[in-house]
Design a protein around this ligand. Structure first.
Ligand code: ADP
Ligand code: MG
Length: 271
């Protein structure tokens, strides 16, 4: 298992290239080293999961890729260009849906486009199309509080994809949902992102979610987060197509990967 996390796509130039990135937070309690010497590359259209224990720097890594944070040292390239700040190519979906309760579903879905100063007629059209595709066509003029948790996360997904980003960052997007909804929505989201050819980076502490959704899993060590290992996830299917996340959970490979990753994460109950 190599520690430099490089995608399988040899000659193709990477979508995301993170080189020797470190990040220190300077706060009231002093200095916190969140990430140390992280290097990884992600190919266009790849679906990668980053797993690691709570506090190991997963969200920090996504904030760096999105340009919200700047690395203390090291570089991040998107399509070969350095990240200098927030970028239209990048969409961000969070654990909390952060829907505005006073805005309708449709108006929530166009929020990102509005912030980017995009053409709002087009944005509304696209949001309506996405929401309809995600089964929310009947609810365009509802308020968020009238929707279930799973539906709200679909609105958040529509908002993320409304600006048509190439790279989608998902920060524990299902963590607040009950387990059935979580698995069903993971299936939908994985399928949508694959169909649209997005490059996706899913951060989670849920090993099963990572195995069932991603083509490759990168394990971060405890803080300061460093790349500990890099696991391509493959399933033997008759037609060599990737199983849906739900089907993947029942595949024989699933338990094998689960056991390996469980050991790597050094999961134990804090006393
Ligand atoms: P994860 O998402 O893996 O749980 P984070 O990236 O949120 O981890 O945080 C990594 C470490 O950095 C944690 O110890 C956290 O407490 C610390 N941290 C995160 N954000 C800040 C901040 N703004 N200021 C100071 N420390 C922070
Ligand atoms: Mg986090």
């Amino acid at each position: 298992m190599q520690a430099s996390a490089t995608g399988g796509a040899g000659a193709i130039s990477p979508k995301v290239e993170i080189s020797d990135v470190s990040l220190r937070y300077f706060g009231r309690e002093g200095e916190i080293e969140a990430l140390r010497g992280v290097s990884l590359t992600i190919a266009p259209g790849e679906f990668v999961a980053i797993i690691g224990q709570s506090g190991c720097g997963k969200s920090t890594l996504l904030s760096l890729i999105s340009g919200i944070l700047k690395p203390t040292s090291g570089t991040i390239l998107l399509d070969g260009r350095p990240v200098t700040g927030p970028n239209r190519k990048v969409g961000y979906m969070l654990q909390q849906d952060y829907l505005f309760e006073w805005r309708t579903i449709l108006e929530n879905a166009v929020l990102g486009a509005e912030i980017q100063g995009a053409n709002m007629t087009k944005a509304r059209e696209r949001a309506r199309m996405l929401l309809t595709r995600y089964g929310l066509g009947q609810f365009l003029h509802y308020l968020p509080r009238q929707l279930s948790g799973g539906m709200r996360q679909r609105v958040a997904l529509a908002r993320t994809l409304c600006t048509d980003p190439d790279i989608v960052l998902l920060d524990e997007p299902f963590a607040a949902l009950d387990s059935q909804t979580r698995i069903a929505l993971a299936d939908e989201v994985a399928e949508i992102l694959r169909r649209e050819g997005k490059t996706a980076i899913l951060v989670t502490h849920d090993i099963g979610e990572a195995i069932s959704m991603a083509e490759r899993i990168i394990v971060l060590s405890r803080r300061p987060g460093q790349v500990k290992s890099n696991h391509p996830i493959r399933f033997a299917t008759p037609d060599s197509r990737r199983p849906t996340p739900f089907t993947a959970r029942n595949a024989p490979e699933f338990n094998k990967y689960f056991n390996t990753l469980w050991q790597e994460l050094e999961v134990h109950v804090e006393g």
